[in-house]
Design a protein around this ligand. Structure first.
Ligand SMILES: Cc1cc2nc3c(=O)[nH]c(=O)nc-3n(C[C@H](O)[C@H](O)[C@H](O)COP(=O)(O)O)c2cc1C
Length: 336
């Protein structure tokens, strides 16, 4: 069960040694959002304590979907307030966790980068990990005197003359990161610039029909489900006609933790778009991945780029660049 420690400067949550439940997160978010109604800056720190695995504790998966939903809702509703009042998210890891999960400089740096991306994505603030609570507090006190970081969310062009649209749904910022890598690789090839748009900002999916070519990205969540922001707009696809549209999909997943559902969301999205007349391009070889099943698989190829930034982060950029070169050809687009 989560335990909380609050004073005027900090909201500290201790994860406890059991798997977190959705009630834990509901409580945490309620406390956090209540403080956002005030005007004082405050730091948020999560202290991760080692799990004591017991039989009745289960593996925590039964709460996953609900927890994901709670965090995504909080991001959508409170991002502006968090960026104004929080300015930093600290995470403190018990020594045992650091030893097991981040035993060397490389893994520690990867964790730091992941945490920073996570905090920027969810709350538009920097994130950082620490071995001690006092260090986290000192860092957060420093952040209070900084100006807020810029958010990565771009405004949506209502009408676009661009031929290529890039949309993504992301719950912890990984798909967003890949979307920006696609944008960069696209520019390196001399193509007309494209702007990644978070599908969570799109109320009316008809906006997708403004483009001839679409690049759509989704992570997979909750064992074979669409990412939450895609889930919300998904049923709108049924009333849209994608005939004549060329669509390249990219998906993010974790092949070791979810080997029976690796990037399933790409399959869900791909099948639906084809049903609505869309043509898929950008198929990607499944060699180099280890998994049992994927709804995104057609014979031996994925319906789009597969990225596993949890297990193969060192391959993310090269895969993305190679795929971008491939889809530029398949879209039959010329440099600007
Ligand atoms: C609760 C939970 C469920 C997940 N389910 C799947 C899954 O079924 N298949 C898969 O390939 N990856 C799964 N993942 C891995 C995520 O897709 C992966 O962490 C991804 O990087 C998240 O990207 P995002 O931050 O853009 O949402 C899951 C992760 C979590 C935490």
């Amino acid at each position: 069960m989560f335990r909380f420690e609050e004073d005027t400067q900090f909201l500290v949550v201790y994860t406890g040694s059991r798997h977190a439940t959705s009630d834990d997160y509901r409580d945490f978010i309620a406390r956090w959002s209540a403080r956002l109604a005030q005007t004082e800056h405050f730091g948020v720190i999560m202290v991760s304590e080692p799990h004591l695995h017991t039989e009745e504790d289960g593996d925590g998966r039964e709460h996953e979907a609900e927890i994901t939903r709670l965090i995504n809702d909080f991001r959508r509703d409170y991002r502006e307030q968090t960026t104004r009042l929080n300015l930093g998210f600290g995470r403190v890891y018990a020594a045992e966790i650091i030893e097991n999960y981040f035993p060397d400089v490389t893994t520690w740096e990867q964790a730091q980068a992941g945490l920073d991306r996570y905090a920027r994505y969810n709350w538009a603030i920097p994130g950082r990990g620490f071995a001690h609570l006092l260090e986290a507090k000192a860092w957060l006190r420093e952040q209070i005197s900084q100006t807020p970081v810029a958010t990565t969310t771009e405004t949506i062009p209502l009408k676009s003359s661009q031929r290529v649209g890039l949309f993504y749904g992301s719950s912890t910022g990984v798909t967003e990161m890949v979307a920006y890598q696609i944008r960069d690789a696209w520019a390196v090839l001399g193509m007309e610039p494209i702007t990644p748009i978070n599908i969570g900002e799109v109320k009316d999916l008809a906006v997708l029909l403004n483009y001839d070519c679409l690049i759509l990205g989704t992570s997979t969540w909750n064992i074979g489900q669409l990412q939450d922001d895609w889930e919300i707009v998904f049923t709108q696809i049924d009333s849209l006609d994608f005939s004549g549209k060329q669509i390249a999909l990219f998906g993010i997943g974790d092949q070791y933790a979810y080997p029976d559902n690796f990037i399933d969301a790409v399959g869900i999205l791909g099948e639906k778009l084809v049903e609505r007349g869309g043509g898929l391009i950008g198929f990607w070889d499944s060699d180099g991945y280890e998994f049992s099943e994927s709804a995104a698989l057609v014979e031996d190829r994925f319906m789009g780029l597969a990225i596993d930034d949890s297990r193969q982060p060192e391959r993310t950029k090269a895969r993305t660049q190679q795929w971008v070169a491939q889809i530029v050809q398949e879209f039959a687009l010329q440099p600007a």
